[in-house]
Ligand binder design. Structure first.
Ligand code: AMP
Length: 225
C-alpha cells in the first residue's frame, strides 16, 4: 500500500491510519507525530519546530522534507509501502515528494481526500484526547474512555494537544484552507485523487480505502494482460 491521506486537521487521517496499520501492517508516516517526538526528545529539530506547531502554523518545508526523505528510504517502507498522514501539506512539499519517490523508484497509488464540514472539524479537534503512552485517540464526548483521563488500552494518561485548543484550532483550519487545500487540485490533475466522506466514521472510511485500492490493482492487472 502506497497512499496519501489528505484532509483538514480533525478529518480523521490519524484514526483511519491506525486501523490501516493494524489490518495491513503498512508503516504509518505522520510528520505531526515525528515532529512531536522530536519536540518531546528535546532535539534541535524539535526546538526549531516548536513555535510553529504551538501557534498552528506549518513548519518550514525543508525541515519536514528532510524527515520524510529519511523515513521513506528505510527498509520497511521500501518493502511494504507507506501511509502518509499530514504530508504533503503544501504544493512544494508535494513536488519534493515526487522527487524523493522517483529517486527511490516508488510512486503513490492513490490520494484519499477525507472531507468533513468545518463545524464537525472544530467539534472533533476540541474534544480530542490522546494517550501519552500508546497514542490511542479518544473524544471527550463521542468516544470517551471508560475511566476519565485514562487510556482503555494501556492505562496511560490522556492529554489534550496544545494545538487542539480553540484559538489554535481556528488558525490551523485557516492554514489548511490557504496552504493545503490546493493539493486537492494538484492530485486531481494527476488522476490520483479519491474523495472520501470523512464524516461517515472510521470503519466506512477504511472500507472505502481498501475497496478503491482493490479496484486500482484490478485495473492495473487487466491493463497488464
Ligand atoms: P498534525 O499532527 O498532522 O495535525 O500536525 C501538527 C503540526 O505539526 C501542524 O500544525 C504543523 O505545525 C506541523 N506539521 C505536521 N506536518 C507538517 C507538514 N507536512 N508541513 C509543515 N508542518 C507540519
Amino acid at each position: 500500500m502506497r497512499i496519501i491521506l489528505l484532509g483538514a486537521p480533525g478529518s480523521g487521517k490519524g484514526t483511519v491510519a491506525k486501523v490501516l496499520v493494524e489490518r495491513t501492517g503498512t508503516p504509518h508516516i505522520s510528520t505531526g507525530d515525528m515532529l512531536r517526538a522530536a519536540l518531546a526528545a528535546g532535539t534541535p529539530l524539535g526546538a526549531r519546530a516548536r513555535e510553529y506547531m504551538e501557534s498552528g502554523r506549518l513548519v518550514p518545508d525543508n525541515i519536514v522534507i528532510g524527515l520524510i526523505r529519511n523515513r521513506l528510504g528505510q527498509s520497511d517502507c521500501l518493502s511494504t509501502g507507506y501511509i502518509l498522514d499530514g504530508f504533503p501539506r503544501t504544493v512544494p512539499q508535494a513536488e519534493e515528494l515526487g522527487v524523493v519517490l522517483s529517486d527511490l523508484e516508488s510512486n503513490v497509488q492513490a490520494v484519499f481526500n477525507l472531507q468533513v464540514s468545518r463545524q464537525l472539524l472544530v467539534e472533533r479537534l476540541s474534544g480530542r484526547r490522546i494517550c501519552k503512552s500508546c497514542g490511542a485517540i479518544y473524544h471527550a464526548v463521542n468516544m470517551p474512555p471508560r475511566t476519565e483521563g485514562i487510556c482503555d488500552i494501556c492505562g496511560g494518561e490522556l492529554y489534550q494537544r496544545v494545538d487542539d485548543q480553540p484559538a489554535t484550532v481556528e488558525n490551523r483550519l485557516n492554514v489548511y484552507e490557504a496552504q493545503t487545500k490546493p493539493l486537492i487540485e494538484y492530485y486531481r490533475n494527476m488522476g490520483l485523487l479519491y474523495p472520501v466522506e470523512g464524516d461517515k466514521g472510521v470503519q466506512a472510511v477504511f472500507e472505502m480505502i481498501i475497496h478503491t485500492l482493490d479496484n486500482i490493482r484490478k485495473t492495473a492487472c487487466d491493463q497488464a494482460q
